[in-house]
Ligand binder design. Structure first.
Ligand SMILES: Cc1cc2nc3c(=O)[nH]c(=O)nc-3n(C[C@H](O)[C@H](O)[C@H](O)COP(=O)(O)OP(=O)(O)OC[C@H]3O[C@@H](n4cnc5c(N)ncnc54)[C@H](O)[C@@H]3O)c2cc1C
Length: 455
């Protein structure tokens, strides 16, 4: 049995930083990873997808060259092998530099293998048994694949395997109109593939307000992506070399050369031996945690996607910050203090923070809203990228901003004006007097706030 001051399972977005803080405080730490250091973000999530999105945007800008008075002589060719290689280089560089840091930091033992609880304080990795008074779970999530009829007869892609394609599909069908599905849809369309999205709900990006969903749909249809919503009872079958996707509700059949299933993610908690430690899960398999990220078992914490309180790199990293601040810095940081924020990396991107209008109304808040098209933004006009809209939701009684969305050029950056104001709890009338830089996307924010009206 090997004894450590702390054991961390999973080298995702919280584990390595937590290991570094503990080691810096003079503790011995075992960091266990069964696959790749860096977890989903580095190896199969944010980094590869945003690298691929950058290649896709380049193709899009080249196609639009004539709109800006720039002509290319000859056609456009996507070299998918080179596109994939670029993403692989970004992955490998990030993974290697993290591995070098972890293996060269005194106090951290990076242990390769699958971790499984034997008891509350004991974890097995292969033939080795490890124990520590504190155990931190950062095991992440993986693609969830529903049991569609016919699934076993066909080959399909997930968000992990599609990253490694080195040849362009002729026709990519995507089941799932959520964030991951939409990013791959636009990316592959821009690479030159025919793309069809099959979504069982009435809208793409179904968590957003209807005006935002509609605008996202408009952006994607304008690029020639076929969108099939309300697609119930999905059935899959093989037709020659192709995959046939049929649905109820009168949607046409889609016959595609490739199929990506992007129907959400499930936590990696089913093979961790949690029952041997008595750690409680919710109905969807997420580890139940309190406001300090402690599980129901003393001395066991859960951080990142596996606790169901975030599905992003920044939320997992913030879980690390909360735990480290509370255990090492004598602070009292809480999960409930975090304001949800995220981006959807289609182009133009959607930056989001806080509540949607429908969430605010469902919570019974006295809501005022203001919406403006991106065509009102001078910088967007100058860049020739006026698609989308900005929206803010505020509380009439308190003057607090409840949420905001910027679907538009630089939306993922400009939303930070709202993130910071909400974090500082600055009432919106104060922001109306801020003097933004011209010409920027953020420049419209005071005007947007000036338009807040109760409805
Ligand atoms: C296609 C895609 C695009 C994304 N884009 C973005 C984005 O743009 N921005 C954003 O913020 N988020 C994005 N995400 C989400 C983001 O990647 C995840 O939310 C984030 O990586 C979660 O971090 P984590 O620390 O919870 O777990 P992970 O990063 O998933 O790490 C968990 C680690 O635990 C290991 N592990 C699991 N079980 C065991 C075990 N029993 N023993 C040992 N090791 C184990 C796994 O191998 C893994 O390395 C994207 C995700 C996907 C799939």
């Amino acid at each position: 049995m090997k004894t450590f001051d702390a054991i961390i399972v999973g080298a995702g977005q919280a584990g390595p930083s937590l290991a570094g803080r503990f080691a810096g405080a003079g503790m011995t730490v075992a960091l266990i990873e069964r696959k790749f250091v860096g977890g989903t973000c580095v190896n199969a999530g944010c980094m590869p997808t945003k690298t691929l999105v950058a290649s896709a945007r380049t193709a899009h800008v080249i196609r639009r060259g004539a709109d800006y008075g720039i002509h290319t002589n000859g056609g456009l060719l996507t070299d998918m092998a080179a596109v994939e290689k670029r993403a692989a280089t970004v992955i490998n560089n990030a993974r290697n530099s993290l591995t070098t840091w972890l293996t060269s930091t005194d106090g951290i033992s990076l242990i390769r293998g699958h971790a499984r609880f034997e008891s509350e304080k004991t974890i097995r990795v292969g033939d080795e048994m490890l124990t520590a008074p504190r155990i931190f779970l950062n095991v992440g999530a993986r693609p969830a694949i529903p049991a569609f009829p016919g699934l076993s007869d066909i080959e399909y892609l997930t968000s992990t395997s599609i990253i490694h394609l080195t040849a362009l599909p002729r026709h990519l069908a995507i089941i799932g109109g959520g964030y991951i599905g939409l990013e791959f849809a636009q990316m592959y369309r821009r690479f030159g593939t025919e793309v069809s999205i099959i979504e069982h709900g009435p809208h793409l990006a179904p968590r957003e307000d209807d005006d935002i969903c509609q605008a996202i749909g408009d952006v994607l249809s304008a690029e020639g992506i076929a969108i099939h919503t309300n697609a119930q009872d999905i059935r899959l079958s093989k037709r020659g070399e192709n995959i046939r996707i049929s649905t109820a509700n009168g949607n046409p059949e889609v016959e595609a050369s490739h199929l990506l299933i992007a129907t959400g993610r499930r936590p990696n908690t089913d093979d961790l031996g949690l029952e041997n430690a008595g750690v409680a899960l919710d109905g969807k398999g997420y580890i139940v945690v309190d406001d300090h990220l402690s599980t129901n078992v003393d001395g066991i914490w859960a951080l990142g996607d596996c606790n169901g309180h975030g599905a992003f790199t920044h939320t997992s990293y913030n879980d690390f910050e909360i735990v480290a601040a509370n255990l090492l810095d004598g602070e009292d940081r809480k999960l409930s203090e975090r304001i949800p924020a995220y981006a959807l990396y289609i182009d133009p991107p959607l930056g989001r923070v806080g509540m949607t209008e429908k969430e605010a109304r469902a919570k019974g808040r006295s809501v005022s809203t203001s919406t403006m098209p991106m065509s009102r933004v001078g910088r967007a006009v100058e860049k020739g990228e006026t698609q989308g809209l900005m929206k803010v939701v505020a509380d009439v009684e308190t003057g607090q901003i409840l949420g905001a969305a910027i679907l538009g050029v630089e939306g993922d950056e400009a939303i930070h004006g709202f993130i910071d104001a909400m974090h500082a709890r600055t009432p919106y009338p104060v922001l109306k007097w801020a003097v933004p830089i011209h010409p920027t996307v953020s420049e419209l924010i005071p005007t947007l706030l000036g338009g807040l009206k109760s409805s």
